[in-house]
Design a protein around this ligand. Sequence first.
Ligand code: CA
Length: 248
Amino acid sequence: MQMPLRLSSQAPEVPSTSDKAFLSMHVLIVEDDSPLAASIATAMRARGWRADVSERGEPVPASLLRDDYDVLVLDIGLPGIDGLETLRRVREQGSLLPVLMLTARDTIGDRVSGLECGADDYLVKPFALDELLARLRALVRRQDLRRGETLIVSSLRFDAAARRAHIDDQPIHLSARECIVLQYLMLKTSRIVARDQLAALVPGWGAGTSDNALELLISRLRAKIEPGGVRLRTVRGLGYLLEPAVPG
Ligand code: CA
């Protein structure tokens, strides 16, 4: 009997129940097998996670830009565009969202294709729900560790540990609030970050913060970072998006 291949080198971690980061996990499940999708979502919700289900891959890239998911569970065999094409489109948009792919036992070649398209991990059906949840926790934890690293978009570099930004080798002077907002926007490069989400990150700010205060901060930040070959876009009615500037 063939054993399911594990593409990630790390064994699934067993999180402690006090791991608060996972209480708010937001997962998108793209799976056309309704009973399977429902049982995955139910298991997640029982643990306090938020789970959305889509039975098609087609609207996924758009919804990933709008919503702030932590991880994507993606079936390969889907009606319309399949999971591999969905993943390709997600990565094309610059999304670094961790993706775990689900595949049938008889589609071994899909594993290689999925890895080439940028999947982070794999699970072969049938699988134990606990195994899936453990793998997802491991993926999100790995992603969180990257928050301590240096973030780079075009010539703009943000050193998270030192809380310093540079364009090439020139330091940019940022306020504490600008640092927080920039780090988050860079972590979510090419994804829309909602205004409320940004305001909630800034100490002393929250739901009551006026749109003007945030817009002012964004426009100051924009002037400082856009010489680094990035664009900081205001997406009307939705929020903000940082992306590499298109040359020319
Ligand atoms: Ca399927």
